[in-house]
Ligand binder design. Structure first.
Ligand code: PRX
Length: 651
């Protein structure tokens, strides 16, 4: 088995059974959902679909499975926006708060379901006026402001697929994604607030549109920060001007259950990101189901907060679609957790009386570093479920979350899933599962997760590759425009199974411990970054002849990007050049993909067949404390690489 990036916490023996008081009030306090799904998986999902979702036309067939192509809820028709908004308003819940939104500078907006519905209808009419039709694609490049879910839901209302591009991505990333999806429109903002300043977005869109993305006809711009961006006549339109005269009358059209809802691009093992396709009925069913049971959601009383960014799948499923489908009140926050001070999250959680908090292990490790004084300033006693997502959580961080945020009693749900899976796959159910710090425990009801060895035999104890053995409702329906890559990436390694790309271990109690990626994908602060993508960006710099990228270990971000580069002929190694190369990646891909360290080396260790020995490079990186900048290859590093390369080939 390829070496996974992290160790498993084998000696972790602590167990935390659900508190009887929690069990007594839980949406699921016993094994009945598991039993029901085990008895008849399709019937189980059909029941969830009918109970949690409102259908314009009932489906006649639950699943059609022609590996790897799944269709769920055939014949069914529904509208996602109507499920997230109209039906709640129709049920008399129009005055219920959908979002308590807070901007980084402290501005606040409370928007009810009825108000959100009006805004969505208005923007859907704007989209129609701009010529958008069912089946078209729209790119969204926005900060965490309310116009972002409004734009997504307006697309969903019309059957226009959105492709949200994380606000930290570069102009090149926008071009790639818009061109691949042939997006007709980009919805953006002038800027968003980050660490007290306006982080500009519109100029990046302008750069993108001068270099490519010819399919984009119009740009809609929200004025968030008054930065007075340049507006191109005929192409760029202010959101507030278009919305001023828009009608709130926009009936939701029923969509086929398999209508494309969105594309979300994610990094794979090649330089080109993949447009992951999610559709309507199955996706909404699984995100609504998991949101309800994994967070033990009580929509009448809970104040739920997923502190992710909508630019990633976590925000799609657990800030927008799951919570709104379930009619709950969410908190949404624009900015960073340390502005104006390091207690911002706890301040928000206490002020709104947050009952569920969902964040990433990286954030927890950062809070640990900052110290408990920031937590202790606030009353977090309303919290009753804590979630984590995006990367393995080390037991130390789990225990800190449990002790300092959860008051030693709040259940923790460590949720394993992916952009491709659409919704939770492996996680405790808080009223049912006895947890172990660092283990995501078991697959949810209706999902069949299995480990296999190199030959594809199932592993019942010990290490293996994580696979999903049966189709699930919110599974990706493909890679946009590339069915071959879809088949090859996920379905070819182990015939008949979805291969997730993660290594995992099953302990003797049947608990799953996720070990990290087994492919050339890094996980930095819970974000997936392809080594190949960063390598291509490095060699794109004129001074770089060859590059190799590895994920080194970092005690806050999980992994850190370490780039080794060989310079072209006449270039001299220097700190300045190293930094310039590092910044070049930031410009090409976006800041999140900028290497923490660039090491200039005279040579790269390779196997006889010419494959770069990444494990060796990772070991070298981990064995040294590398700063946040450039490190020239000192003779020691070079000697180490050379001598270890000489010791033998990897693999
Ligand atoms: O390696 C796994 C890791 O994140 C990858 C999926 O990344 P992405 O598609 O960006 O989605 C992240 C948010 C759902 C997985 O292949 N991962 C995600 N959650 C966990 C995790 N690793 C361990 N434990 C988790 N809870």
């Amino acid at each position: 088995m390829a070496e996974p990036a992290i160790e498993v916490y084998e000696d972790e023996q602590r167990t935390f059974p659900p508190d009887p008081a929690f069990v007594a009030q839980a949406n699921s306090g016993d094994r009945s959902l598991f039993d029901e799904a085990a008895a008849d998986r399709e019937a189980f999902w059909a029941r969830q679909a009918r109970e949690l979702i409102t259908w314009d036309t009932d489906f006649h067939t639950t699943l059609e499975w022609n590996l790897p192509d799944a269709k769920w809820f055939l014949g069914g028709e529904l509208n996602v926006a109507a499920n997230c908004l109209d039906r709640h308003v129709a049920a008399g819940k129009g005055d219920k708060v959908a979002y308590h939104w807070e901007g980084e500078p402290g501005d606040q907006i409370t928007i009810t379901y009825a108000e959100l519905l009006d805004e969505v209808c208005k923007f859907a009419n704007v989209l129609k006026d701009l010529g958008l039709e069912k089946g078209d694609r729209v790119a969204i490049y926005m900060p965490m402001i309310l116009e972002l879910p409004i734009a997504m839901l307006a697309c969903a209302r019309l059957g226009v697929a959105h492709s949200v591009i994380f606000g930290g991505f570069s102009a090149d990333a926008i071009v790639d994604r818009c061109e691949d999806a042939e997006a007709k429109l980009i919805i953006t903002a002038d800027a968003g607030y980050r660490r007290g300043a306006a982080a500009r977005l519109k100029p990046t869109v302008d750069t993108a549109l001068t270099t490519g993305a010819a399919s984009v006809e119009n740009v809609v711009v929200v004025n968030r920060c008054d930065t007075a961006p340049e507006m191109t006549e005929g192409r760029d339109h202010w959101w507030h001007e278009l919305m001023a005269d828009a009608s709130t009358d926009c009936p939701a059209e029923p969509m086929d259950a398999e209508q494309l809802l969105y594309l979300l691009y994610t990094s794979g093992t090649t330089a080109k990101p993949k447009g992951i396709m999610h559709t309507t009925g199955g996706y909404l069913t699984q995100v609504a189901f998991s949101h309800k049971y994994v967070f033990d959601l009580k929509p009448e009383t809970d104040i739920y907060w997923c502190a992710a960014d909508i630019g990633w799948v976590t925000g799609h499923s657990y800030i927008v679609y799951g919570p709104l489908a379930n009619g709950c009140t969410s908190v949404m926050y624009e900015g960073t957790p340390d502005t104006p001070d390091k207690d911002r999250l706890w301040d928000i959680a206490a002020r709104y009386g947050v009952t569920q908090l969902y964040t990433a292990p990286t954030a927890i490790r950062m809070f640990m570093k900052w110290g408990t004084e920031y937590v202790e300033r606030h009353d977090l006693s309303k919290l009753r479920v804590l979630g984590t997502v995006g990367e393995p959580i080390n037991p130390e961080a789990w225990m800190w979350y449990h002790t300092h945020i959860g008051g030693e009693s709040t259940p923790i749900v460590d949720t394993w899933w992916q952009t491709e899976t659409g919704g939770h796959m492996i996680t405790p159910l808080p009223g049912v599962t006895t947890t172990k710090p660092g283990s995501a425990t078991h697959a949810i009801p209706g999902v069949v997760a299995e480990l296999v060895d190199d030959e594809g035999n199932t592993v019942t104890e010990g290490g293996g590759y994580l696979t999903i053995a049966e189709p699930w409702p919110s599974m990706l329906r493909g890679i946009w425009g590339n069915p071959e890559r879809f088949r090859e990436t996920y379905w070819s390694r182990f015939p008949g199974r979805y291969f997730a790309g993660d290594g995992a271990k099953l302990d003797s109690d049947g608990y799953l411990w996720l070990l990290g990626r087994v492919d050339d994908v890094m996980n930095v602060s819970g974000h997936r970054i392809s080594t190949t993508e960063v390598e291509s960006a490095l060699v794109d710099h004129p001074a770089v002849a060859e590059a190799a990228v590895v994920g080194g270990t970092d005690d806050v971000t999980g992994q850190a990007i370490i780039g080794y580069v060989i310079l072209r002929g006449t270039h001299e190694a220097s700190d300045e050049l190293g930094n310039e190369i590092r910044e070049h990646v930031g410009v090409k891909l976006g800041k999140i993909a900028r290497p923490k360290t660039v090491i200039i080396v005279p040579d790269l260790p390779k196997t006889r067949s010419g494959k770069i020995m990444r494990r060796l490079l990772r070991d070298v990186a981990d064995g040294r404390s590398l700063g946040d900048t450039t490190t020239l290859a000192d003779p020691g590093v070079v000697a180490e690489i050379q001598s270890r390369a000489a010791e033998g080939d990897e693999d």
